[in-house]
Design a protein around this ligand. Structure first.
Ligand code: GLV
Length: 332
């Protein structure tokens, strides 16, 4: 009897995916509620045929070289800036992510942040909890209207579109900026208007970021971008922390360059600067945009199905570098 391929899973993931993996493979799961260190990850991948990892694990040429038995890396996330896909391709290591199953859940949270920031929900909650609320006041906790406001979506991909659909319920005027216009049908359906990023920043009451982290999007929102925004505007980030220059954002929130922000992601997770933590006009969440029971279950299942498809000879449901298959067959 040939032995089953071996898989290292870098955290306990939802059962939907884990049980599929266990049915098909010899599975080892990192048992701790913290990411493995680089050294631990390298050690755990020794002799393993596959790695199922989270966005907290950096998978680069060095790791792949140190764990040469690994043939597929399945990221349990849609964002894959933690993976060096080019290094994977060079080494003939197939990589996958989990697109398509978390769009609505992430859009829900982007909207939750937008609403919380606009209407100062967290600040007001704090007042009530501290027992210092002295009663109804006509000047208390004045925020900004969401209905009929202008929403600027930066990156009209799957998640950006899901955010635009929610905006219709609030009769918002929707602008979007992207590398190219989405096409007439999409614009008509979403009632969204394509504009250059600078115009979007100038005209929007809410700016919501939905771009992947790449060289071109690193610090896309920097001090000069923030200066273009309205003083009454709010910035919402559920994409990746480094898309925003966090230091410039702190300055903008401190100086009143913009009114508020809702953040789910940070430049150096899980570290958050003390300056950001001290600001009242920012809502801070611990990178939970896709964290619903159902969605995290689906994400883990997609990752497992990619690994299963790989060992069945492919093709993968959601590959990042299908060309790595060719590299594999050329070297093996
Ligand atoms: C979460 O941030 C993801 O990329 O899935």
């Amino acid at each position: 009897m040939t032995s089953k391929p071996s898989v290292f899973v870098s955290r306990v993931i939802p059962d939907a995916g884990l049980s599929l993996l266990r049915e098909n493979f010899d599975v080892t799961v990192w048992p701790h509620d913290r990411p493995p260190t680089r050294q631990e990850l390298t050690a755990c991948c020794q002799g393993k045929d596959a790695l199922v990892c989270l966005l907290t694990e950096k998978v680069d040429a060095e790791l792949l070289a140190a764990a040469p038995a690994v043939k597929i890396v399945a990221n349990v996330a849609v964002g894959f800036d933690n993976l060096d896909v080019a290094a994977g391709t060079r080494a003939g290591v197939v990589m996958s992510n989990t697109p398509g199953v978390l769009d609505e859940t992430t859009a829900d949270l982007a909207f939750a942040l937008l609403m919380a920031s606009a209407r100062r929900v967290v600040e007001a909650d704090r007042l009530v909890r501290t027992g210092t609320w002295a009663g109804w006041g006509i000047m208390q906790y004045l925020g900004h209207d969401i209905h009929h406001a202008t929403l600027g979506i930066v990156g009209l991909g799957r998640i950006g579109k899901a955010v635009a659909r929610r905006a219709a319920g609030f009769a918002m005027n929707v602008l979007y900026a992207d590398a190219a216009p989405a096409g007439e049908d999409v614009e008509k359906e979403l009632r969204a208007r394509f504009v250059p990023l600078k115009d979007l920043l100038r005209e929007s009451d809410f700016v919501s970021l939905h771009v992947p982290l790449m060289e071109q999007t690193h610090h896309l929102i920097d001090a000069s971008a923030l200066k273009l925004m309205k003083k009454s505007a709010h910035l919402i980030n559920t994409s990746r922390g480094p898309v925003v220059d966090e230091k410039a954002l702190v300055d903008a929130l401190n100086s009143g360059t913009i009114a508020g922000a809702g953040l789910d992601v940070y430049e150096n997770e899980p570290m958050i600067s003390s300056e950001l933590l001290a600001l009242p006009n920012v809502v801070l969440l611990p990178h939970i945009a896709s964290a619903s029971h159902a969605t995290r279950g689906k994400m883990s299942e997609v990752a497992a199905r990619n690994v299963i498809a790989f060992f069945n000879g492919g093709p993968l449901p959601t590959p990042l570098n299908p060309e790595a298959f060719k590299v594999r067959s050329a070297v093996s």
